[in-house]
Design a protein around this ligand. Structure first.
Ligand code: ATP
Length: 222
């Protein structure tokens, strides 16, 4: 298939807890859409077993905040499949299963990308069926300030073996490559936002005002 360009632009999914979503996530998502020529990027909140959920912030709230954050930007959306699949049970919701569902929906030809931060890549060797993720999708790694990718071990050689050096390669096949992208560094984390809110300080300008208003209206992260 190499050498031919696929008909539709790639679709990307960006998984995370988004507890809560902030401008670090959103700006990265938008920059990826433009740099990679994506048709669409979906932020996909992951399920967290109910007993490990942040007190006062359910999965439904996390997804509702993502929806508010992307409203008005047609290239970004929220994909709730992991929350729907998990329901209220403790059964794990695997990235592999989400990508397999997406691949079935898209058919075999369209490029699919899974976006991960490089902090997530360091753990990828423990993910369910991690090597087979590349059968379903490309992996796009966001280089994040202060983080480096594993160079040694199984994950290090897997990253090297599948590395793609240029964006156009994404469109030549539907899956199978690993592309690293350096994006605008924004040193914002959900952890810091939760700490600010819990201590009664402002999280304004770190996230969309609509998300902040939702947090206030629902009394989250106090
Ligand atoms: P927490 O502080 O609760 O760990 P977080 O801010 O890292 O949360 P997550 O929901 O865990 O957010 O992140 C989802 C994905 O977004 C991860 O792959 C993570 O690497 C990436 N990410 C998080 N913050 C940023 C940021 N500021 N810039 C770029 N990518 C980010």
């Amino acid at each position: 298939m190499s050498g031919t360009t696929l008909a539709n632009g790639p679709l990307a999914v960006f998984g995370g807890t988004f507890n809560p979503v902030h401008y670090g996530h959103l700006r990265s998502a938008l920059e990826l859409v433009e740099k990679l020529g994506l048709d669409e990027l979906r932020l996909m909140p992951c399920a967290v077993p109910p007993h490990r959920e942040q007190p006062g912030c359910s999965a439904q709230h996390r997804a509702a905040m993502v929806e508010l954050a992307v409203a008005g930007e047609p290239r970004l959306s929220c994909d709730r499949r992991e929350l729907q699949r998990d329901g209220n049970s403790d059964s794990p919701s695997y990235t592999y299963d989400s990508l397999a569902e997406l691949r079935a929906e898209l058919g075999g030809k369209r490029a699919l990308c899974m976006v991960v931060g490089c902090d997530a890549v360091r753990d990828i060797g423990s993910w369910h069926r991690w090597r087979e993720l590349l059968d379903l999708a490309h992996i796009v790694v966001i280089a994040r300030p202060g983080w480096s990718l594993p160079a040694d071990g199984e994950v290090g050689s897997w990253l090297r073996d599948h590395a793609m050096d240029a964006v156009p390669n994404l469109c030549e096949r539907p899956a199978g490559g690993i592309l690293t992208q350096e994006l605008r560094p924004l040193d914002i984390s959900s952890t810091e936002i939760r700490e600010l809110l819990a201590s009664g300080r402002s999280a304004r300008y770190l996230m969309p005002q609509s998300v902040l208003e939702y947090i206030q209206a629902h009394g989250l992260y106090r």
